[in-house]
Design a protein around this ligand. Structure first.
Ligand code: PLP
Length: 472
C-alpha cells in the first residue's frame, strides 16, 4: 500500500541548509568584453599618458578601479525605466517621479536636480559662501574642497584622530571630531555659514559616520544655529555600516536608517553616480525656502530648468529607480562583503591598508608600503603606475598629488598617501576580485624596486586629473 506523503511534514523535518557564501544578487544579461594587453603595451600606454592613469584610454585597462562613480551597471528595471523618460522641457513626469523618490528618502522640501554631485556643490557654495568663510566637514572630497576654495573660503577637515591612522581599527572612522567642531563654532562661528558631513567619508577611506555622531553634530549646529548638510553620495553604504556596527540598529532596514540620517540634516548634496546607481546625475536637496530659491536661480543659469537641471528625463527615471534598489539588503550585503573579501586577502598577505576597509573601496597605504619614496616624490603614483604596468589594473592616488597643493601655490605632504581601488557597483565578479588580490600582492612584493615621480606639468586646481609625471 502506498502511504500518502505529508509534504509539509517532510519539509518541516528537513534541517535547513545553512550556506554562508554571499553571492552577487543578480545574474548577468549583457556583457562587455575587457581587453588584455601585454606589459610592454602598458608601459607604452603609460608613457603616452605622462604616467598619469587618468590620461590612459580606458580600453587599455583590464580592470578599472579608478572610481565607483558613474561606472556601475544599471539593472533591467533601470534600463526599462529609461523608456519612460519624459523629455518635456518643463514639468516633465520624470521629474515628479524623481522628486517623489528623493523626498520619500530624505524628507526634504526642495529637490533640485543637477548633472552630477559637483554641480550641486557649486550651486550650494556659490549661493551661500563669502570670501573668508569656513566650511567644516569630516573630510572634504576634492571637488567639494575646490568648490569652496574657489569662493575664497576655507574647507576645514575635522575628522576624529582615529580617522587619520590607516592601520587603526575603529567602527566609525568617518566621525566628526565634536570637540574640534565645538571649538571652531565657538571661536569662528560667525564665519561658518554651514556644516557638512560626508557619508561615507571618501577622502578618509570610505569610512562611515555613526548616527550617534551625526546627532552630536546636529546638537552643535542647533546650539550655534548652523544648517547641517550631508555630502550624501554613499548614504546607503553608510546605512549598512550603521546597521551592522552601531548598537541597537541591527533590526532596522537600511532605508529606515538612511531616512534618519537625512532627517538629522537640513540639506544634502548628492552624486547619483554613486548610491544613485546611475551613470550620471545628482541633486541638491534642502529645507530652507530662501536658499532653495537662490539655488534654483543659479541652476537655471548653469544647469537647466528646475525640473530637469542638466539631466535628460530618462536619467531622472534611472536615478529614481536606482535610489530604490540601492537600499535593498541583499545588494548592500554583497556590496560591502565584496570589498571586505579583497581586504581580507590583502591583509593576510601583509599589504598595508586602511583598516577596516571602506564601503566602496580598499585604500592601500602607499606611504607605508614604499617608505623609501618621500611623500613629495608621490608614493601613491608609484604604486598606481606599478599596478597598471604589471596587471592592467587602474586605481587612483588619494594623497599628496590630490591634496598637497595649497591655494597659495605651496606644496606639503597630504595627511596620508593612499591608493584607492574603488569598485564599480554590480560590475565585477569574485574572480575579478581574486585577480586584483593576486596582482596587488605581487606588486607589494616588488615594492623595493619601485621609483618615485616628479611632476613635469600641472594645473593649479584639481591637478591630479591632468598632471604629467616622470620617474625621479
Ligand atoms: C564624497 C564625494 N563628494 C562629491 C563627489 C562629486 O561627485 P561627482 O563626481 O558626481 O561630481 C564625489 C565623487 O566622487 C565624492 O566621492
Amino acid at each position: 500500500m502506498i502511504k500518502s506523503i505529508d509534504a509539509s511534514a517532510s519539509v518541516a523535518a528537513a534541517p535547513e541548509l545553512s550556506i554562508r557564501t554571499i553571492i552577487e544578487p543578480f545574474r548577468i544579461k549583457s556583457v562587455e568584453p575587457v581587453k588584455a594587453t601585454t606589459c610592454e603595451e602598458r608601459v607604452r600606454a603609460l608613457a603616452a599618458a605622462g604616467n598619469n592613469v587618468f590620461l590612459l584610454h580606458a580600453e587599455d585597462v583590464l580592470i578599472d578601479l579608478l572610481t565607483d562613480s558613474g561606472t556601475g551597471a544599471m539593472s533591467a528595471a533601470q534600463w526599462g525605466a529609461l523608456m519612460q523618460g519624459d523629455e518635456s522641457y518643463a514639468g516633465g513626469r520624470s521629474f515628479f517621479r524623481f522628486e517623489a523618490v528623493v523626498k520619500d528618502l530624505t524628507g526634504m522640501r526642495h529637490v533640485i536636480p543637477t548633472h552630477q554631485g559637483r554641480a550641486a556643490e557649486r550651486i550650494l557654495f556659490h549661493t551661500t559662501l563669502s570670501k573668508g568663510d569656513v566650511v567644516p566637514n569630516n573630510n572634504h572630497f576634492d571637488t567639494t574642497r575646490a568648490n569652496i576654495e574657489v569662493e575664497g573660503a576655507e574647507a576645514l577637515d575635522l575628522v576624529i584622530p582615529e580617522g587619520k591612522v590607516p592601520s587603526l581599527v575603529h567602527p566609525f572612522k568617518g566621525n566628526v571630531d565634536l570637540g574640534a567642531l565645538e571649538r571652531l563654532l565657538a571661536e569662528r562661528g560667525d564665519r561658518v555659514p554651514l556644516v557638512m558631513v560626508t557619508v561615507t567619508n571618501n577622502s578618509g577611506g570610505g569610512q562611515p559616520v555613526s548616527l550617534e555622531n551625526l546627532r552630536g553634530v546636529r546638537a552643535l549646529c542647533d546650539r550655534f544655529r548652523k544648517p547641517l548638510f550631508l555630502d550624501a553620495c554613499r548614504f546607503a553604504e553608510n546605512s549598512w555600516f550603521v546597521k551592522t556596527r552601531e548598537a541597537g540598529q541591527a533590526h532596522r532596514t537600511p532605508k529606515e536608517i538612511a531616512r534618519e540620517m537625512f532627517s538629522i540634516a537640513d540639506g544634502c548634496t548628492m552624486s547619483a553616480k554613486k548610491d544613485g546607481l546611475a551613470n550620471i546625475g545628482g541633486f541638491l536637496a534642502m529645507n530652507d525656502d530662501a536658499w532653495a530659491e537662490r539655488a534654483r536661480n543659479l541652476l537655471i543659469l548653469t544647469e537647466g530648468f528646475p525640473t530637469y537641471g542638466g539631466l535628460a528625463g530618462y536619467d531622472l527615471e534611472a536615478i529614481a529607480r536606482g535610489l530604490e534598489e540601492v537600499v535593498e539588503e541583499p545588494y548592500l550585503h554583497y556590496r560591502i562583503r565584496s570589498i571586505e573579501y579583497l581586504a581580507e586577502k590583502l591583509a593576510a598577505a601583509g599589504v598595508p591598508m586602511i583598516q577596516p576597509p571602506g564601503g566602496h573601496a580598499v585604500y592601500l597605504d602607499a606611504r607605508a608600503l614604499l617608505p623609501r619614496i618621500p611623500p613629495l616624490r608621490y608614493p601613491g603614483i608609484a604604486l598606481v603606475n606599478a599596478l597598471y604596468r604589471e596587471a592592467g589594473i587602474r586605481g587612483v592616488e588619494i594623497g599628496t598629488v590630490m591634496f598637497g597643493l595649497h591655494p597659495d601655490g605651496s606644496e606639503t605632504p597630504a595627511a596620508m598617501d593612499l591608493v584607492r581601488l574603488a569598485f564599480p557597483r554590480r560590475v565585477y565578479t569574485q574572480s575579478h576580485v581574486d585577480y586584483v588580490a593576486e596582482a596587488v600582492i605581487g606588486v607589494a612584493a616588488m615594492s623595493g624596486k619601485l621609483a618615485g615621480y616628479r611632476m613635469t606639468n600641472a594645473p593649479r586646481a584639481l591637478r591630479h586629473f591632468t598632471a604629467r609625471f616622470e620617474e625621479a
